[in-house]
Design a protein around this ligand. Structure first.
Ligand code: SF4
Length: 71
């Protein structure tokens, strides 16, 4: 199991995560990335997965390191 966490307030809306990992990421109307299917408060989006999949690539690509994976 893996937990993917996005600190939404740090997101600068560069679009890298959505380009690299569109299965889980899309750009939202607020200019920040939205993690599809995530829960959590406005500040922190959380998604628990069996397999982290392309989220690892999204985390590596994020220029402000606001995506983190806990396994
Ligand atoms: S890569 Fe990081 S900064 Fe860029 S849109 Fe995704 S979460 Fe936001």
């Amino acid at each position: 199991m893996a937990t993917v966490i996005q600190e939404r307030n740090k997101c600068v809306g560069c679009g890298a995560c959505a380009a690299i990992c569109p299965k889980y990421w899309e750009m939202g109307g607020d200019g920040k990335a939205h993690m599809k299917g995530s829960t959590g408060s406005g500040e922190e989006a959380i998604l628990v997965l069996e397999d982290v999949g392309c989220n690892a690539d999204a985390a590596n690509a994020c220029p402000v390191k606001c995506i983190r994976i806990e396994e």
